[in-house]
Write a protein that binds this ligand. Sequence first.
Ligand code: NAG
Ligand code: NAG
Ligand code: NAG
Ligand code: NAG
Ligand code: NAG
Ligand code: NAG
Length: 576
Amino acid sequence: MLSLLFLMMVLPLSVGGSDPTLPFMEYLDQNHLVCVKWGFDNPQGNITFKLLINTTGWVGFGFSPNGGMAGADIVMGGLGSSGIYFKDYYATGDSMPLEDEQQSYTLLSANETDGQTIMTFQRTIQSCDDKDFSITTQAIKLIYAYGTTDQINYHASRRGTKEVNLLNYMPRATITGLNYLSARVNNISVPEKHTYYHCKVMKLSTLKTKHHITMVEPHIEHPDIVHHMLLYGCPSFVTQEYDTQCYKGDISDACFEVVASWAVGGGVYVLPETVGIPVGGETNERLYRLEIHYNNPNGDKGRTDSSGLKLYYTGKLRQEDVGTLTAGILHFDQMEYKIPPKVDQFHTYGVCNTSIFSQTLGHSPDLHVFGVLLHTHLAGRKIRVGHFRNGKLIGFLGLVENYNFEFQEVIPLGSVATIKQGDELVVECTYSTTTRTTATKMGLGTTDEMCLAFLLYYPAIKISSCISHPNSYHPLLQTMSSQIFEGTATPSRDDIAEYERLLKKVPQIQVVSSSENNHTFYENGIIREMGNSPTVACQTNPNNNNNNNSGSSRLGTSSIFIPAGIILLFLLVGIL
Ligand SMILES: *[C@@H]1O[C@H](CO)[C@@H](O)[C@H](O)[C@H]1NC(C)=O
Ligand SMILES: *[C@@H]1O[C@H](CO)[C@@H](O)[C@H](O)[C@H]1NC(C)=O
Ligand SMILES: *[C@@H]1O[C@H](CO)[C@@H](O)[C@H](O)[C@H]1NC(C)=O
Ligand SMILES: *[C@@H]1O[C@H](CO)[C@@H](O)[C@H](O)[C@H]1NC(C)=O
Ligand SMILES: *[C@@H]1O[C@H](CO)[C@@H](O)[C@H](O)[C@H]1NC(C)=O
Ligand SMILES: *[C@@H]1O[C@H](CO)[C@@H](O)[C@H](O)[C@H]1NC(C)=O
């Protein structure tokens, strides 16, 4: 009796069903076989995980720079014939992880019931072992794997990844008994080419009164070819429906206000409880453009598809209307904006000056940002969205130090950020072109680049995008540009650095576009300094002989990159 009481005090987390100390929960796989629950007292202390996997074999869980094995911080354990086993590992590649010299995780309990292995373990949020990840307030890639026996060996397809913001988690609802609107294509033929964008312009709803969309679920008929989907609202002058290839110069190319999005790696997106995307009512006649990017690298013939988005809605209106603001860089003059080849880190910047909003709208309220979808093409390695007030950086609305094209989804900010009238946003993208031999231009194609942040906020205002581009007619930039891209000699490092600096220093031409497709220009935008990303100081741990303030350094060392097709097409010709 006494010993049982003692056990329960030592292992409080293994007692009972739902545990108030582990309020957060995510399934890491689609089949709901892999579940992780977690909780923590304060962001400087310990974090406790409870891993539940439907297997009687070994289970593994960890953090990864980009969703893969290389560079991952992993724990593996289970209950075998000789008892409980559990260890801290790290992986250097797609091979058996190595045991970590410093064991930073403490097993609190392990159990196997009804074919499910349940392990509860704890670690400090901040790590001072350079083989472990520090958990920050940014989203982190969780990975899992498991076996069918207690012999730790190759997991085959029993693996996966999910990006979760552990410290700033946004709870998700479950889909039960809700009505939905369907934005789908109907058995379209996917051509035999690598990249194809299909657009369907349609009415979405016949809802006579205003409703709120509360959840967006992808309906992917063919996961092997569907790469991204965006649903845009159309300006009122677009009145004609169509169902054909995108960006052929149709008027509906002007439908540009993002309403909902899904990209490869993403799942169901649930909006926070108090907000919804408005639909129906006075916007009943509005047309919407569904854009689907098909990626058919083998050029398969005879493929058809009926994918789309399910938009779950409610008539019980929520407090606020949600809008999506597109910020970043868009090329909108005749000069090309190019990134030189063979550069390890090349930075580009787009600025959004919200003081222009009032010129377009008359008045603009404070905008509360709660989620962001960050986007580049294949050369993108890192994206940051700096938030400036009175010329000073006050935070980040998005910060992905290990951008992976294969895993894109709306990242909940966790704590809502307020953009005040006059605040500036800078979207910084870092590219690597070391494997390229020719220049990469900002544009639409597979090998072109983009740098965009889709910010989800409330209350919705009638602004669809706030983008910029360096003034490429600036004489210094023109000279440097022709020296680098038209010269016969290979440009020096210094030349490239100077070109990068000029792109940032020359006046930035900004364009703010309204929902009705009116554009306001501001020609003297400046890019402010964003500095280094915030890091939490590493606490001194007497057991740690590896204590060197490198707590978050491993987050910045992405090396693996899985190329795929391009994702997001963006056409200017139509709107400007
Ligand atoms: C934090 O976790 C470590 C390792 O599990 C443990 O030794 C320490 O007592 C914990 N601290 C608190 C405050 O729970
Ligand atoms: C596992 O849990 C079951 C039921 O909760 C319990 O009967 C059993 O003793 C536990 N086993 C271990 C090894 O903790
Ligand atoms: C996983 O195992 C638990 C416990 O046995 C069970 O309740 C649950 O239904 C299983 N889940 C799936 C998807 O099989
Ligand atoms: C889809 O289209 C293909 C050819 O385009 C046709 O063979 C097939 O029957 C269609 N499927 C449905 C369900 O309509
Ligand atoms: C936007 O443009 C339309 C014509 O396309 C015009 O009727 C409307 O007044 C403009 N709105 C603003 C806010 O300028
Ligand atoms: C934003 O616009 C205001 C004028 O409306 C200007 O004073 C300010 O310098 C601009 N900021 C940037 C970063 O361009």
